[in-house]
Design a protein around this ligand. Structure first.
Ligand SMILES: *[C@@H]1O[C@H](CO)[C@@H](O)[C@H](O)[C@H]1NC(C)=O
Ligand SMILES: *[C@@H]1O[C@H](CO)[C@@H](O)[C@H](O)[C@H]1NC(C)=O
Ligand SMILES: *[C@@H]1O[C@H](CO)[C@@H](O)[C@H](O)[C@H]1NC(C)=O
Ligand SMILES: *[C@@H]1O[C@H](CO)[C@@H](O)[C@H](O)[C@H]1NC(C)=O
Ligand SMILES: *[C@@H]1O[C@H](CO)[C@@H](O)[C@H](O)[C@H]1NC(C)=O
Ligand SMILES: *[C@@H]1O[C@H](CO)[C@@H](O)[C@H](O)[C@H]1NC(C)=O
Length: 402
């Protein structure tokens, strides 16, 4: 009932494609009699046959319709072959050759997926996320009857544990996916089987072998921090948490650093950073610094399958460098404030009201002819002088820096 009877066929009946792939198994022996009674159990990927006396050598082969053939040479006392888990839903050819001291036996078996063509689950895929979770999805076979129901079974490569999906994802009552919130017991490679039932027709199964490394989607990098000095911003982050502990060099990263402005200005290209560089990047950015937003994503160093983007992190300050107009307006504003400050100083300490009309002309104030006047000021006001002059110089420097 389960994975159904196998077709016992002579080599003459086999598809030409299979014969081609089997060519190098042919050995120059007299035509052997098919008296081995070979059986294949896809649940264990195991071939068995009737034991023969005085066996000198045995060879088994499993040839999937797609993928690599597997060849085994069991000990002469054994009458079985165990194969690694393999996807067999497209059909698989099995061959056994037993040589004894008297003669040789050779038999081929074609195992086919029982049930109606087009009834199996298809578009099957799984991904591991946030280290501990896995989702698998599939769609109903195009000719599967309305009452079809699918079931997912997962077993580890040692075949110690087979478990059915604990939480099915359903669409109109049909299982079309599975959510696992514990991956305990999964090995590096695992065998996934989706079989099905229906009262109307036999349902083919789908099977696949997936390695956890291939299907793991990394989380985005964590703990992004940014520290800036006058010329650079140092962006640092932690590598994402993964199922297996991985070294820094097993990751690669992409940084998306954009100036935050409305409407958006030109977009900066993504920056690739190798994991070898200790998860940091020196972003050249001189003060004053417009507000920027950085997002980072991670991938395996060899497989550019990217994680989601991290949450955006901001640096720089609002309103600085938004546009040249902003810079100009800011410069004018600061200049005016300083001018007013100077004016206040003169008014308060010296009562020189007549200087007021000249206040907007800051540069003039600093020119030589005026400095003569400043030197005549009383020593008590000296401290105030220096502060005001410094303020003006800073502003001038900043405006040039833009
Ligand atoms: C599906 O496969 C599982 C595991 O091999 C088995 O226990 C179950 O009986 C199968 N169901 C059907 C409908 O074939
Ligand atoms: C196995 O070998 C022994 C001794 O060589 C021989 O007597 C016996 O007939 C052989 N058995 C078969 C089934 O050929
Ligand atoms: C199944 O996958 C194929 C190929 O990727 C795609 O063209 C098709 O739309 C998918 N079908 C469904 C129902 O998702
Ligand atoms: C995985 O499946 C569960 C159950 O349907 C769903 O709540 C969750 O959002 C899925 N996770 C992802 C990352 O798609
Ligand atoms: C983020 O930083 C905190 C505190 O330093 C640490 O406990 C945590 O493990 C870090 N997260 C990751 C993913 O490294
Ligand atoms: C700012 O940091 C960069 C590296 O991030 C360094 O090369 C530079 O010398 C620093 N500049 C100052 C003024 O500290």
């Amino acid at each position: 009932m389960v994975l159904l009877p196998m077709a016992l066929l002579l080599s003459e009946l086999l598809a030409p494609a299979f014969l081609l792939t089997l060519e190098h198994l042919d050995v120059p022996t007299p035509e052997p009699e098919p008296a081995l009674n070979v059986k294949f159990d896809p649940k264990n990927m195991k071939l068995t046959w009737d034991c023969k006396e005085n066996t000198t050598s045995i060879m088994c082969a499993l040839v999937p319709k797609e993928g690599d053939r597997a060849v085994k040479k069991p000990r002469t006392k054994e009458c079985w072959c165990n194969f690694e888990d393999t996807s067999v839903h497209r059909g698989v050819l099995l061959e056994v050759q037993v040589n004894t001291s008297e003669r040789s036996f050779r038999e081929k078996v074609l195992y086919t997926n029982p049930g109606g063509e087009g009834t199996a689950a298809h578009n099957f895929s799984c991904f591991i996320y946030d280290v501990d979770f896995m989702n698998c999805t599939w769609v109903k076979g195009p000719v599967a009857p309305g009452d079809v129901q699918y079931f997912l079974y997962i077993r580890d490569s040692k075949r110690k544990r087979e478990r059915e999906c604990p939480h099915y994802i359903q669409h109109l009552g049909t299982h079309v996916g599975c959510h696992l919130d514990s991956l305990l017991g999964l090995t590096f490679r695992n065998y996934f089987l989706v079989n099905g039932t229906s009262r109307a027709a036999g349902i083919q199964f789908f099977d696949s072998v997936l390695s956890t490394k291939e299907i793991e989607r990394y989380s985005p990098p964590a703990n992004i921090t940014i520290r800036c000095n006058a010329s650079h911003c140092l962006i640092r982050w932690d590598k994402p948490r993964t199922r297996r502990a991985l070294s820094h060099s097993e990751f690669q990263y992409q940084l998306d650093i954009q100036r935050k402005s409305i409407p958006p200005v030109s977009t900066n290209p993504l920056i690739d950073v190798s994991g070898d560089l200790e998860n940091q990047y020196h972003f050249p950015s001189s003060e004053p610094r417009a507000k920027h937003v950085v997002k980072i994503r991670a991938a395996d160093a060899r497989i550019p399958q990217w994680s989601a983007w991290s949450e955006p992190v901001e640096f720089g300050s609002e309103g600085v460098g938004g546009s040249l107009v902003h810079v100009y307006l800011l410069a004018v504003l600061v200049t005016l404030l300083c001018a007013l400050g100077l004016g206040f100083f003169f008014k308060r300490f010296l009562g020189l009201h007549r200087l007021f009309p000249q206040v907007p002309q800051i540069k003039d104030k600093l020119s030589d002819n005026h400095q003569v006047t400043w030197e005549e000021f009383t020593p008590g006001a000296g401290k105030g002088d220096t502060e005001e002059v410094l303020t003006v110089e800073e502003v001038t420097g900043a405006v040039e820096g833009m």
